[in-house]
Design a protein around this ligand. Structure first.
Ligand code: EPS
Length: 393
C-alpha cells in the first residue's frame, strides 16, 4: 500500500491517492469520516476546527461498499477555501493585492522552507507544512485500518502526558482494554476531551491547556499507540529496510511536530540492566509459547513478537504562538516579534488519531509481505492458516 497526499491548508481541498489496497475490503463512509471527525476533536484546538467538518469524497476504487483493488482517490474539501480564493488563487496573479508574509515563526518550517524554495513570501510554506495535511493522511490510513480490522488487527491510542505534568502511571484499565482490542482502548480514550485514560491526569492537562491559552502559549505531549492482533513474524531482521520497528518509527516521525519516537519504554529501558528489560520466554502448558511481560513493546529483532505493539511518540508544542518570540523580517532583516498565524493551543489528542492512521499502512504492508494475496477471501484464508500454524507450536 502506497499513498500520497496533496493540498494546501487554505487551498480548495486536500486529497490522497491510496494504491495497493487489496480487493474486497468492505468499507462504509463512516470508516473514513468517523476517523476524520476524531482528528478534529480535542481540548485546546483553535478556530479552524470550528469552520471545518471534514468529510472525504471517494472518487475511485470502491464499488458497492467494497474496494476493487484499483487506486482509491479521496478528496476533503476545505470549507475555509471560500475565504482564501484571492491569497491562494491558482492562476490569477493577485501578488500586488495580497500582503506578503515575511516574518518566519521560530520552530516552524517557515524560514528554511522559504530559503529552500526561493520564495519571498512564506505563505506557500505555511500552507503545505501545516498539520492540516494530516486530514488527508487520516483518510488514507482509515482504509488500511478497516482492512486490518477485518483481519482482527486493531490500532488505538491514548494520551499519557500533556504539558509540564509528570508522566502518569500506566492506567490500570489498559490491559483489559488491549485484551478487547486496541480500538476499545481508542474508544475509551475518545470519551475524554484530551483522550486520556487517567481522570487525574485529564484534569491537570485541561488546567495546563487553559493556562497555556491564557499565556498565549502552546503545549506538547506524549502519545501512546497500540496495535493488537498482529501475528508473530511481521518484518525481518535480515535487512535494514525490512525492519518493522524502523518502518513504524519513520511513519510516526513523519507526523508534523513529532520529534521523538520509541518502541515500548525504550528510553526507560536504556537506564536499566538487561535482567530487568528482557521479556522471559515460556512454552508448554495450556498457554503455549509466550512472554509474560511486554517491555519490548511487541517487537523483538525488528519482527512482531505476537504481543501488542506499543509505540510512544513525543509531540513538541505547536510553534505558532500568540505571545511572540524573537524573529526577523526577511524583507528588511530587521529584528521583530514573530507574527501569529491562527493555530491550536494543543493538538496532542489529534496527534494520537493521526498516529493510528499512519501506522496502519505499515502494518498492512508487513502483513501482505508475509502472507501475500490480492483479495480479502484469499488473505483471510492465508492469515488463518498462518495463525493456526503458530497455535500448533
Ligand atoms: C489544522 C489546521 C490549521 C491549523 C493547524 C492544524 O488551520 P489554520 O492554519 O487555518 O488555523 O489550525 O495547523 C498547525 C498547527 C500548523 O502549525 O500549521 C488542522 O486541520 O489540523
Amino acid at each position: 500500500i502506497r499513498y500520497f497526499t496533496a493540498g494546501e491548508s487554505h487551498g480548495p481541498a486536500l486529497s490522497a491517492i491510496v494504491e495497493g489496497l487489496p480487493a474486497g475490503v468492505a468499507l462504509v463512509e463512516a470508516d473514513i469520516n468517523d476517523q476524520l471527525a476524531r482528528r478534529q476533536q480535542g481540548y485546546g484546538r483553535g478556530g479552524r476546527m470550528k469552520i471545518e467538518t471534514d468529510r472525504a469524497e471517494v472518487l475511485s476504487g470502491v464499488r458497492f461498499g467494497k474496494t476493487i483493488g484499483s487506486p482509491i482517490a479521496l478528496v476533503i474539501r476545505n470549507r475555509d477555501w471560500e475565504n482564501w480564493t484571492t491569497p491562494m488563487a491558482q492562476f490569477e496573479d493577485h501578488a500586488t493585492e495580497v500582503q506578503k508574509i515575511t516574518i518566519p515563526r521560530p520552530g516552524h518550517a517557515d524560514l528554511t522552507g522559504v530559503i529552500k524554495y526561493g520564495f519571498d513570501d512564506i505563505r506557500p510554506v505555511i500552507d503545505r507544512s501545516s498539520a492540516r495535511e494530516t486530514a488527508a493522511r487520516v483518510a488514507a490510513g482509515s482504509l488500511a485500518k478497516a482492512f486490518l480490522r477485518q483481519l482482527g488487527i486493531q490500532i488505538g491510542s491514548y494520551i499519557s502526558t500533556i504539558g509540564p505534568a509528570a508522566e502518569s502511571a500506566t492506567p490500570a484499565s489498559l490491559q483489559a482494554l488491549l485484551d478487547a482490542g486496541a480500538e476499545s482502548l481508542a474508544a475509551e480514550a475518545d470519551k475524554s476531551q484530551v483522550r486520556m485514560l487517567d481522570p487525574e491526569a485529564e484534569t491537570a492537562a485541561i488546567a495546563a491547556i487553559d493556562q497555556a491559552k491564557a499565556d498565549g502559549d502552546t503545549l506538547g505531549g506524549i502519545v501512546e499507540i497500540y496495535i493488537t492482533g498482529v501475528p508473530m513474524g511481521l518484518g525481518s531482521y535480515v535487512q535494514h529496510d525490512r525492519r518493522l520497528d524502523s518502518a513504524l518509527a519513520a511513519a510516526i516521525m513523519s507526523i508534523q511536530a513529532i520529534k521523538g519516537v520509541e518502541i515500548g519504554p525504550a528510553f526507560d529501558n536504556a537506564r536499566k540492566p538487561g535482567s530487568q528489560v528482557h521479556d522471559e520466554l515460556f512454552a508448554g502448558g495450556e498457554k503455549g509459547l509466550r512472554r509474560e511481560t511486554n517491555r519490548a513493546g511487541g517487537i523483538e529483532g525488528s519482527m512482531s513478537s505476537g504481543q501488542p505493539i506499543h509505540i510512544r511518540a513525543a509531540m513538541k508544542p505547536i510553534s505558532s504562538l500568540v505571545s511572540p518570540l524573537r524573529s526577523f523580517d526577511l524583507a528588511t532583516l530587521e529584528a521583530v516579534q514573530s507574527r501569529f498565524e491562527r493555530s491550536d493551543t494543543c493538538a496532542v489528542p489529534a496527534a494520537g488519531v493521526v498516529a493510528e492512521a499512519v501506522v496502519a499502512p505499515v502494518i498492512a504492508n508487513a502483513l501482505l509481505e508475509k502472507i501475500g494475496g490480492d483479495h480479502m477471501a484469499e488473505i483471510k484464508e492465508r492469515l488463518e492458516a498462518y495463525r493456526e500454524a503458530l497455535r500448533m507450536r
